[in-house]
Structure formats: structure tokens, C-alpha cells
Design a protein around this ligand. Structure first.
Ligand SMILES: [Zn+2]
Length: 225
């Protein structure tokens, strides 16, 4: 009897300990996730479809790399417990093929997604281009007159300045449709210059992409923290 009972008791104690630890772990995870419950971010990959955006010195098409960065940022935010809505999920633009003005149609579709989502923040991802091929670095823009947009944009810019090759010291007011189409807080990040062959090559590397995405992600965490 004793020989049979002891292993059973040991098993029950072990099982209880495992269950207790599982419950504690589940609580820790749920507390971490619930911290961001209800915080919703719209991620907007710039351009798409027939609108490729800038083209790099070595042929990088902006719309493609914008989506790669956007999806990488989405993954991090979702893992951290944020609700994320994308405007563009594929290479395609959001315009109707029947629309006479495809750019306007595309922008209207993005606006509708933003309105429907009712987000706490909009983050639009782009790559820059300039006739002076030496121009380089990441720049963050925000919606004019919106203090929250300016605050988060400055946090993102500071983070980019720390982790990446970004010459701008402060974020700038941006005159872009995605920033001004609604009253939600919004930032637009030009992650670097495709017109600079050296930077184009860096932007295409997984290592630099992770640096930029980490910089944006950590600034968003800090903002909502
Ligand atoms: Zn662009």
C-alpha cells in the first residue's frame, strides 16, 4: 500500500506545482497583453499596385520594401498585444480598377479603413528619394497642429537617431494625405533614401530593416507605455 501511495502522492504534488506555475505564467502573460488591450494602430504601407513610389539606384521599388517593413512592424506590435489594422496587405493598391482617378480612389480606401478602425495612432511607412544622391537617413513627419502626433513622431525620430543612420534631430510637420485625412494622431516615416545607392543596399538588408523596425517599435512602446 505504502509503496503504491507514495509515488501517487509525489505525482499529485508535482502536478499541483505544474498547474500552479502554469497559472502564474498565464497571469503574467495576460497582464502583459492586457496592458495594450484596446490600443489600436493602423499601419499603412505607402503606395501599391500601379503606384510603385520611388525607385532605387539599383532598382528597389518603394512599394515592395514599404510592405516588408510594415509587416515586420506589425508582427512586433501584435506580439506585444496591440491590435493592428493594415491598409494594404498585398502588393496591390487599394484603388478600384474602374476609378478614373486611381490615386484618389486609393487614398479614399485608406481613409475608409482608418475611419472604420478608429485607431489610437496611424503609422505610415515610406522610403525617400532625392535628386542629391548623397541625401540619407530616416525622417519622421507628423500631422500639423496635433500635439500627440508631434510627441510620438519625436519619440520615433529620437529612437531612429539612436539606433540608425538618421541625421534629423527632430521630427517635422508633414503635408501628406495620410496625416491630414482624419483627426487621428498620425506619423509618416521615410525610413531612408532609395536614391542613395549605399543606403538603398542597407535598407534591403535584414539587419538594417530590423534596426529601423525596432527603433519605431520601441518608440511606440514608450509612447503608450
Ligand atoms: Zn513614398
Amino acid at each position: 500500500m505504502i509503496k503504491i501511495f507514495k509515488p501517487k502522492l509525489a505525482f499529485v504534488i508535482l502536478l499541483s506545482a505544474v498547474l500552479l506555475l502554469s497559472c502564474l505564467y498565464a497571469n503574467i502573460v495576460s497582464v502583459q497583453i492586457s496592458k495594450f488591450n484596446g490600443t489600436t494602430i493602423v499601419l499603412d504601407a505607402g503606395h501599391g499596385g500601379r503606384d510603385g513610389g520611388s525607385v532605387g539606384d539599383n532598382g528597389t521599388i518603394e512599394k515592395t520594401i514599404n510592405l516588408e517593413y510594415t509587416l515586420a512592424l506589425k508582427e512586433k506590435l501584435v506580439k506585444a498585444g496591440y491590435k493592428v489594422e493594415l491598409t494594404r496587405k498585398t502588393d496591390d493598391g487599394l484603388y478600384s480598377n474602374a476609378a478614373p482617378n486611381k490615386k484618389q480612389s486609393d487614398m479614399n480606401a485608406r481613409f475608409k479603413i482608418i475611419e472604420k478602425t478608429n485607431p489610437n495612432l496611424i503609422v505610415s511607412i515610406h522610403m525617400n528619394s532625392f535628386r542629391d544622391h548623397s541625401a540619407h537617413g530616416a525622417t519622421t513627419y507628423y500631422r500639423k497642429g496635433d500635439k500627440a502626433s508631434m510627441t510620438v513622431a519625436n519619440l520615433i525620430q529620437q529612437s531612429l537617431n539612436t539606433y540608425c543612420d538618421a541625421p534629423s534631430s527632430t521630427a517635422k510637420v508633414g503635408d501628406y494625405y495620410i496625416l491630414n485625412c482624419s483627426y487621428y494622431s498620425a506619423v509618416l516615416i521615410e525610413c531612408g533614401f532609395l536614391s542613395n545607392a549605399e543606403e538603398e543596399s542597407m535598407l534591403n538588408s535584414t539587419e538594417y530593416k530590423n534596426k529601423i523596425v525596432d527603433a519605431i517599435f520601441s518608440a511606440i512602446l514608450l509612447y503608450f507605455g
